[in-house]
Design a binder for this molecule. Structure first.
Ligand SMILES: Cc1cc2nc3c(=O)[nH]c(=O)nc-3n(C[C@H](O)[C@H](O)[C@H](O)COP(=O)(O)OP(=O)(O)OC[C@H]3O[C@@H](n4cnc5c(N)ncnc54)[C@H](O)[C@@H]3O)c2cc1C
Length: 349
């Protein structure tokens, strides 16, 4: 396995469960702080992501959502995982955005209770501090979030304790079928994210910026999205009065520091959602580039002796469990489980 972001770590665990001997190479540290996976907000939000994503992301995400509790429960260290749904709101002038998302949800999402229309009273019940601020919203009842910065080291230590040969601080130069820098393997998995670009020239980076704040005057219980035609944001609670405010999506591979514009847009949208953010303290400004194919659809690319899992774009945490299941099944020449699976293509690179 080359690359230990969320895709590589979850797949490596899955391969260990299937009885493989697994070697993991990563140029970074066990806490993963260099990776795109570390920069993320940790939302497991298949319904909300329909805002921009294809229907298959919602379908696969719903399957993956059910997998996360068992993955996390089997780790040695606790990882904060909350599954009490997400609330989506919009100011009255932006209500069209809410209706657009509602119209894009999978058939049956409203009928089976996965998504619910909520009015001012229901919003106040879910999030008392948003009382009288929004008249309409959607409540995605099954959605969750996890603390990705706790999850990365916990996944790394589970790999080691279950017997994987884990080599952090090991940059790899050559990823080839059956071979990593001259060392032979039955099968090589390439999970290098954006850094696989030399072999996957179609891959591009999409810059994302987010802020981590401490906001003692804000008491949101669950992740909240505010729809807006230009500045949609989400707020994800963290421990100790912490909140993530995210995220921009800019067609650029510049992973340099957060821009003034990005910070202003995120902060003013957060303030428009909840004035308690005015006194929040900014703890971190985070930027990374999401790995994406031109159609933004993640893929497994296969050839004998080599499998590449990439293009997870905005959905690496959401989708890692289903990509791991499918890649592990393909590794054993098994039919991938379930009718809803990732796109698998022959690797023409
Ligand atoms: C601001 C932001 C917010 C996001 N929020 C969410 C969210 O809420 N939910 C969600 O599902 N997704 C979210 N995402 C998307 C998610 O972060 C990505 O889809 C995911 O991290 C991609 O994971 P990966 O494992 O493919 O790549 P990465 O996390 O980038 O991992 C690749 C790994 O490969 C290693 N590597 C690369 N080259 C080499 C080499 N030559 N030798 C050795 N090792 C190498 C790197 O060190 C790295 O550890 C967000 C992204 C951003 C930027």
């Amino acid at each position: 396995m080359v690359g230990a972001g969320v895709a590589g770590r979850v797949l490596a665990l899955r391969l260990l469960d299937d009885g493989w001997s697994v070697t993991v190479f990563d140029r970074g540290e066990p806490d993963g702080r260099h990776s795109c996976s570390w920069a993320a907000a940790g939302m497991i939000a298949p319904n909300c992501e329909r805002e921009a994503a294809e229907p298959e992301i919602e379908r696969m995400g719903l399957v993956a959502l059910d997998r996360w509790p068992a993955i996390l429960a089997a780790l040695d260290a606790p990882v904060r995982f909350r599954q009490d749904g997400s609330l989506v709101v919009a100011h009255p002038r932006d209500r069209q955005e809410l209706l657009r998302l509602r119209g894009r949800l999978r058939d049956g999402a409203l009928a089976d209770g996965t998504a619910r229309d909520v009015d001012a009273a229901a919003i106040a019940e879910l999030e008392p501090e948003l009382e009288r601020r929004f008249a309409h919203g959607l409540y995605m009842t099954r959605e969750a979030y996890l603390d990705n910065r706790q999850a990365l080291p916990a996944l790394a230590s589970a790999l080691t304790s279950r017997g994987a040969d884990v080599r952090f601080r090991t940059p790899v130069q050559a990823v080839r079928p059956h071979e990593v820098d001259g060392e032979r393997f039955d099968l090589v998995f390439d999970c290098r994210g954006l850094e696989a670009q030399p072999e996957l020239p179609r891959l591009r980076g999409v810059r994302g910026e987010l802020l981590v704040v401490m906001a003692p005057d804000v008491h949101l219980r669950r992740s909240v999205r505010m729809m807006h035609p230009r500045y949609p944001i989400y707020i994800v609670p963290r421990d100790d009065q912490g909140y993530i405010i995210g995220a921009t999506a800019i067609e650029s591979e510049d992973a340099g520091p957060v821009s003034v514009r990005g910070a202003m847009e995120l902060l003013s949208a957060a303030y428009a959602l909840h004035p308690g953010f005015a006194e929040a303290r900014i703890l971190h400004l985070v930027t990374h580039c999401r790995p994406a194919f031109p159609d933004n659809r993640p893929r497994i690319l296969t050839r004998p002796g080599l499998m590449r899992i990439n293009g997870l774009y905005r959905h690496g945490w959401l989708l890692a469990p289903v990509f791991a299941e499918t890649a592990a099944a393909l590794a054993q020449d098994r039919t991938p489980p379930g009718p809803v699976g990732p796109l698998v293509e022959e690797d023409a690179a």
